[in-house]
Design a protein around this ligand. Structure first.
Ligand code: ADP
Length: 492
């Protein structure tokens, strides 16, 4: 492979281009009019504007991408994540054009892109599934029978769902019919496929996923797990590797299952097998993501493997150059996703200009980003600014380095998820390793970040305290920021 086109934007385009350059491969970036000044456009050897800002008119234009590739003698296309990365039709078109798709075969993408088809595929292997239905639910009475069998609460899931969308929890039998109808209608309009199924709702689960690599010579390995339980809206925001709770024995069993999931669909390339873990012991297969994952850097940090380079080697037909036994976990890594979102306002996107943008530096700090100071966060795409990753010889060291790195990351002009992430990784539950996917609901409310006051906020808090004193006719609040902050915290 001599020239690779990256069919993506932002930090992941930069990430892929870097590995291509390292490997001495020429690169082509494609960009929308909104991304004209983005670093990935300048970083590539060649860059082509493929249309207006809306993804449907640029990054999702399959024919344009193939045409550009042909014109520029591209022989490999890397899709990154999102956009066309899990689109079997695109993978087919690329291959038919005589270009290598750096990813799995279309059949594997199709099978794993549908949660019910995925359950069916893995049934050849001994892979634990969440108790529930393995076929689309078509009528309410059937659903009721299943739900009664597994016990409430249950989760209705859209078979074609993804990105945390298309799920509904049902607590009580009497709500089932209404919720089921709504779920089917939603699935039809959002994903074009109304199939839904039922799973037992695991009340306090952890999200544990395994990185796998599979080559065209029949080799399949796993590169251990990532813990992704800190989520908002069923979407990850803090990830780490390894998980604080997996024993070596459980890691081995889950890792073997992950490899079997890859085998079940003749997987090729880098993929991720997601599990849900109950009581730190029972695990169930959720789904497989047939692409490079946002959180792949934590795996790279603890294994020393460049996953993009491995993807390219596998796509070239080479065998994976190491065996399962060669792989070791060394140290600990944490990633926080720096989204232009306001944690004080329900994590709603906060679009604007990066008036100040200074990345942190230091031992064990990695920043995967795609922005520079002065740039706008476009409204057209996912509002992720960057991924901040730290590495330490121990988990505590990785946490301490992340705390420092967050303090050293200067972003002004938009609100970001960083204050939340700093709070989360220093929370007792996270530090002790005793947390689950409900971390945000259990421990977070916006006022908490208010408690970590700046000087002005402390003054404002003192004033509020004084006003309340007068109102209540008592003077119970000490006249300093600390005490007021505690008062504010105690009220939560
Ligand atoms: P998506 O494809 O939308 O990402 P997943 O099936 O991967 O959907 O699930 C996303 C998240 O939803 C999981 O990480 C977990 O937090 C939650 N979840 C999924 N299935 C269950 C379940 N059966 N019980 C409890 N939580 C679940």
């Amino acid at each position: 492979m001599k020239k690779i086109l990256v069919a993506n934007r932002g930090e992941i385009a930069m990430r892929v281009l870097r590995s291509c350059k390292d490997a001495g491969i020429k690169t082509v970036a494609v960009f929308s009019e909104a991304d004209r000044n983005a670093p990935f456009v300048k970083f590539a050897d060649e860059a082509v504007c493929i249309g207006p800002p809306a993804s449907s008119e640029s990054y999702l234009k399959m024919d344009t991408l193939i045409e550009v590739s042909k014109n520029l003698d591209v022989d490999g296309i890397h899709p990154g994540y999102g956009f066309l990365s899990e689109n079997a039709e695109f993978a087919k078109l690329v291959t038919n054009a005589g270009i290598t798709f750096i990813g799995p075969m279309p059949d594997a993408i199709n099978t794993m892109g549908n949660k019910l088809a995925a359950k069916e595929a893995v049934s050849k292997y001994d892979i634990p599934l969440v108790p529930g239905t393995d076929k689309a639910i078509v009528d309410v009475s059937e659903a009721l029978e299943v739900a009664k069998g597994i016990g409430f609460p249950i989760l209705i899931k859209a078979s074609a769902g993804g990105g945390g969308k298309g799920m509904r929890t049902v607590e009580r039998e009497e709500d089932l019919e209404e919720q089921l109808t709504m779920a089917m209608n939603e699935a039809k309009s959002a994903f074009g496929d109304g199939s839904v199924f039922i799973e037992r709702y695991i009340t306090d689960p952890r999200h544990i996923e395994f990185q796998v690599l599979a080559d065209s010579h029949g080799n399949v390995v796993h590169l251990f797990e990532r813990e992704c339980s800190i989520q908002r809206r069923h979407q990850k925001v803090v990830e780490e590797a390894p998980s604080a709770v997996l024993t070596p024995e459980l890691r081995e069993v889950m890792g073997k299952c992950a490899c079997d999931v890859a085998r079940s669909c003749d997987y090729l390339g880098a993929g991720t097998v997601e599990f849900i873990l109950e009581n730190n012991t029972n695990f169930y297969f959720l789904e497989m993501n047939t692409r490079l994952q946002v959180e792949h850097p934590v795996t790279e940090m603890i294994t020393g493997v460049d996953l993009v380079k491995e993807q390219i080697k596998i796509a070239r037909g080479e065998a994976i150059s190491f065996s399962q036994e060669d792989l070791r976990i060394t140290g600990h890594s944490i990633e926080v996703r720096v989204y232009a979102e306001d944690p004080m306002n329900n994590f709603l996107p906060d679009i604007g200009t990066l008036e100040k943008y200074v990345q942190p530096t230091g031992e064990g700090v990695r920043v995967d980003d795609g922005f520079e100071e002065g740039m706008e966060i476009p409204i057209y795409y996912d509002p992720m600014i960057s991924k901040l990753i730290t590495y330490g010889s121990t988990r505590n060291e990785a946490i301490a380095r992340m705390t420092d790195a967050i303090d050293g990351y200067k972003i002004e002009g938009v609100k970001t998820t960083m204050p939340f992430c700093k709070y989360a990784i220093n929370h007792d539950a996270f530090v002790s390793g005793n947390f689950d996917t409900h971390f945000v609901q259990k421990y977070f409310s916006p006022e908490i970040l208010d408690g970590h006051d700046s000087e002005e906020e402390k003054m404002a808090a003192i004033l509020v305290g004084k006003i309340l004193d007068e109102y209540k006719g008592e003077n119970t609040y000490a006249n300093n920021g600390e005490a007021i902050s505690k008062w504010k915290l105690n009220r939560l």
